[in-house]
Design a protein around this ligand. Structure first.
Ligand SMILES: Cc1cc2nc3c(=O)[nH]c(=O)nc-3n(C[C@H](O)[C@H](O)[C@H](O)COP(=O)(O)OP(=O)(O)OC[C@H]3O[C@@H](n4cnc5c(N)ncnc54)[C@H](O)[C@@H]3O)c2cc1C
Length: 445
């Protein structure tokens, strides 16, 4: 194949980089190892929530926000651990990114105003109708139909100004290129790497793309790239059993509670869904329950994932706590006490024993219980990048022509699971890809 400006490895968030580079007039080739990437990668599995601090939709809704405020939220959620330069670069590009997705790519972006996500001090998550990553990725892939796509083909190496790709029959091809964007995802699908770097969640179910096998780490290591935040991850405590669909944390933010398998609450659920996965995994048994009511059910229907959960039959309705206890197979008196205490906190007649202060309203019968399991969604550590998404060596110098985004790169979630803010998976995935394209095109500010 004759030379191109950019090879994008990975057709998840990487597609944003491919589209942005093409819009600058650069020649681009996209390679993806998975012929079903539209249905299998993390971007397709997401709920399509992307933060945008200072967007026009926020201004229309009279919401005060800014990149500075978003950076402050990231630094607060990560207890100062996140790389502030990267956080600032992503916060600054977040509003231009969501506006470009609307104006340049044609996605029907809208601001989520029906509930707040934990840790965001302003309503700043943007999404598309249906809140479906699959619909978002389908749209990106259609928009990229004029871009050369080699699928299935795996990037296996980079050297001498060429990207080396391997086809399923073992044949290899070198694509001469000025630059490569590693957008191959994280390492959640590599059990050995997960056990080494993320032991606290290694026994939980992995609920992400099967090709997130850490290829960027191997390729980057061969080129002398540094890595950081390898112990960071996005967990989730609200995946329904047995269907494996996402119940979603909107249930919690609208007032639902989570119990362990014995019917006891065990914390302030509104602290965040990522860290709650490890908390649930540490409780007795392998599952917990989300208890909601009709009002919460109706409020969550805008989410395609929640509708899928309802259609799967995962919600078990009960007229009262006695029936609910039977469904959940817990002691009735214990569940009664749990829900009574939560009800007092939600109605403001007593403080919550776990310190929860965000409740929309007390739960009212009939109740629904959903059995949930703690999961690993996505890893948040990877290759060290600068504010232009350039991959850096240990000494801080950039490796010429090498960029990384999304799970391939380090994120802005600090260490562990608790620093993850909603949207900070897709923002580095699409945002770093966008910044890489701008830098390569010489358009960076
Ligand atoms: C259920 C779920 C819900 C989520 N919801 C949200 C959300 O609402 N908001 C948010 O911000 N984050 C969310 N996340 C996290 C978010 O989806 C990820 O952080 C983000 O999609 C990562 O994008 P990516 O481009 O790095 O990886 P991916 O989207 O996984 O894309 C990587 C691609 O690279 C391909 N690939 C791998 N290796 C190679 C190789 N060597 N050569 C060529 N191709 C290769 C893969 O096949 C894949 O298509 C969610 C995650 C899950 C699992």
């Amino acid at each position: 194949m004759s030379g191109v400006d950019l090879v994008v490895a990975g057709a998840g968030g990487g597609l944003a980089g491919a589209l942005r580079a093409a819009s600058h007039g650069l020649s681009v080739v996209v390679v993806d190892v998975d012929e079903h990437f539209r249905r299998g990668n993390n971007t397709s599995m997401s709920t399509a929530m992307i933060p945008g601090a200072g967007s026009r939709w926020q201004r229309e809704a009279a919401i005060t926000d800014s990149p500075d405020r978003f950076v402050a939220d990231i630094m607060a959620k990560t207890h100062g651990q996140a790389d502030e330069r990267l956080a600032r670069a992503l916060a600054s590009v977040s509003a231009p990114l969501v506006e470009w997705l609307a104006d340049g790519v044609g996605l029907p972006m809208e601001l989520v105003t029906d509930f707040p996500y934990p840790g965001h001090s302003a309503l700043r998550c943007h999404t598309i109708p249906g809140r479906s990553g699959r619909a978002m990725l389908d749209h990106l892939a259609r928009a990229a139909s004029g871009i050369d796509m080699l699928v299935p083909a795996r990037l296996v190496g980079i050297g001498d100004g060429a990207a080396v790709v391997e086809y399923p029959d073992g044949a290899r091809e070198e694509i001469d290129c000025a630059a490569v964007l590693l957008a191959t995802g994280g390492f959640g699908a590599a059990p050995d790497l997960v056990r080494r770097h993320l032991p606290e969640i290694a026994d939980a179910t992995y609920h992400g793309g099967e090709h997130a096998s850490g290829d960027a780490l191997r390729i980057g290591a061969g080129l002398g790239a540094a890595t950081a935040f390898m112990d960071a991850y996005q967990g989730h405590a609200a995946v329904a059993l047995p269907a494996g669909t996402l119940v979603g944390w909107a249930t919690i933010m609208h007032g639902a509670v989570m119990t362990d398998r014995a019917g006891d609450r065990f914390g302030d659920e509104t602290c965040g869904y990522s860290e709650y996965a490890a908390k649930l995994a540490a409780r007795r048994g392998d599952h917990g329950w989300i208890v909601l009511d009709r009002r919460i059910h109706d409020a969550c229907l805008p989410f395609q994932d929640f509708r899928d959960t309802v259609e799967s039959g995962a919600l078990h309705w009960a007229a009262d706590t006695g029936e609910l206890a039977e469904t959940m197979d817990v002691e009735p008196a214990r569940l009664e006490a749990t829900l009574a205490a939560a009800g007092r906190a939600a109605s403001g007649t007593a403080s919550d024993p776990f310190g929860r202060t965000w409740w929309e309203a007390p739960l009212e019968p009939p109740y629904a219980a959903v059995r949930v399991s703690p999961c690993l969604f996505h890893t948040q550590g990877g290759l060290v990048v600068d504010q232009h998404a350039r991959v850096l060596r240990e000494d801080g110098t950039p490796i010429a022509g090498l960029y990384a985004s999304g799970g391939a790169a380090m994120g802005v979630s600090g260490h562990g699971a608790a620093g993850y803010l909603a949207g900070n998976g897709l923002l580095p995935a699409l945002g770093l890809a966008y910044l890489a394209a701008d830098h390569l095109a010489g358009a960076a500010g």
